[in-house]
Design a protein around this ligand. Structure first.
Ligand code: FAD
Length: 380
């Protein structure tokens, strides 16, 4: 049988995981990445459930365990930074169980990149300008004017996917706007208000701000609020400028390249069209409110490799089987994310008080394990 060729657009978590899995399945892989070079550490993410299992199957665990930040104590704080109450690390640990990792997004991407870079053709500073399909293949014209042909094109180019726009139509046809903004960035310096090894979180009506002080090269800030804005600095200053303590200190360090985006889900009733398939946020962005997009990207990529192998020479059957298997998990995570909005941005002061009451209750040693069991059931 001749070697099949795949073009993967996007060298993020979904794209690199697909490249790794399909290369192992015997495909010839070309990866195209719009950015001129690899990105920095970004923000903290958790991997558990099917995402952790996929990381294990992809052989990533040894590299990822070395970068695992582990669980840390969280402190809920007043607007001026004074402590309200503390949630011990053991609470989060019990809630997700032992098969879980807490990582910087960049560390996960690096582990994937190191696993594929020697074996696949990876071109930075390159995008797809147009694509055409025929019964035997898909042909793309690249930003440098050259053309490439393959048996399969994977659009793993994120929530604002260009491949989706080219093959399925404009973003607005699939976007479910959750009407919030999110910002996240690494911190080089953390205020003394936040003890090393802990995180400080302020929860207010329609907004959350958090600072994680996990030591040099591992500290980060996270902000989310209800609204719509295009420029991070003025927007975050308006939304959080009244806060003090470690959060004010973090806000002063906002870098120009901080992650800052709207929170919107991508909801599609099909993820493949002929020889083009979408993967990761491009297909089903569940948003930060699910805390599960990276996990789904790994799981989706791993499963795509498995179904393509199980249906040799029958691309439509493979892609249909892949979609059918994955859809229930994606639907569940999108629904959980929509419910999760109230947790990240409680609509009123009453909802803030209820959230805090729940967090205080969870932290009580006597009932911690019961709550943890309920959370694990809902999450897995
Ligand atoms: C603050 C925050 C916290 C999160 N926490 C968690 C968590 O705890 N657990 C979890 O599982 N998930 C979490 N997520 C979600 C997770 O980060 C994303 O779902 C995941 O990174 C999506 O990966 P992706 O590869 O599909 O897309 P992306 O990471 O967006 O990668 C897309 C890639 O494609 C490239 N690209 C874009 N356009 C083009 C183009 N036209 N041509 C070529 N290349 C292109 C981009 O440069 C990028 O490299 C979080 C997200 C945020 C914002």
């Amino acid at each position: 049988m001749t070697t099949q060729r795949v073009i993967v657009t996007g060298a993020g978590i979904a794209g690199l995981a697909a490249a790794l899995r399909l290369h192992r399945a015997g495909w010839d892989v070309l990866v195209l990445e719009r950015a001129a070079e690899r990105r920095s550490s970004g923000y903290l993410l958790n991997l558990h459930g099917p995402g952790y299992d996929a990381a294990e199957r992809l052989g990533l665990l040894p590299a990822l365990r070395a970068k695992d930040i582990g669980f840390f104590t969280s402190t809920l704080v007043h607007p001026d930074g004074r402590e309200k109450f503390t949630i011990p690390a053991a609470v989060a640990q019990q809630a997700v169980g032992a098969r879980a990792l807490s990582l910087f997004r960049g560390d996960l991407e690096t582990a994937l990149y190191e696993a594929v870079s020697a074996t696949v053709d990876l071109r930075f500073d390159t995008t797809v300008h147009s694509l055409e399909q025929d019964p035997d293949g898909v042909e793309v014209t690249l930003s440098d004017g050259s053309t490439e042909r393959a048996d399969l094109l994977i659009g793993a180019d994120g929530v604002h996917s260009a491949i989706r726009a080219l093959a399925f139509g404009p973003e607005t046809d699939y976007l479910l706007d959750l009407e919030h903004m999110v910002a996240a960035f690494p911190l080089t310096d953390v205020s003394d208000h936040v003890a090393e090894g802990t995180g400080a979180t302020f929860l207010g009506p329609r907004r959350t701000a958090a600072v994680m002080n996990l030591g040099p090269g591992r500290s980060s800030a996270f902000f989310t609020y209800r609204g719509y804005d295009t420029h991070a600095r003025p927007a975050l200053t308006t939304a959080f400028g009244d806060l003090g303590g470690g959060i004010a200190h973090a806000l002063h360090q906002l870098p120009d390249d901080a992650y800052f985006d709207t929170v919107g889900q991508i909801v599609m009733d099909h993820w493949h069209h002929g020889r083009v398939v979408l993967l990761g946020d491009a297909a089903w962005c569940v948003t930060v409110f699910a805390g599960y997009g990276a996990a789904l990207a790994l799981h989706g990529a791993d499963h795509l490799g498995a179904t393509l192998t199980a249906h040799p020479g029958d691309l439509p059957a493979a892609l249909t089987a892949w979609e059918t298997a994955l859809r229930p998990e994606v639907t569940k995570r999108q629904a959980l994310a929509r419910k999760g909005i109230a947790r990240f941005a409680p609509p009123t002061t009453y909802h803030v008080q209820m959230s805090e009451l729940m967090l205080r209750t969870i932290a009580l040693p006597g009932i911690r394990h019961l709550v943890a069991r309920a959370i694990r059931r809902a999450n897995n």
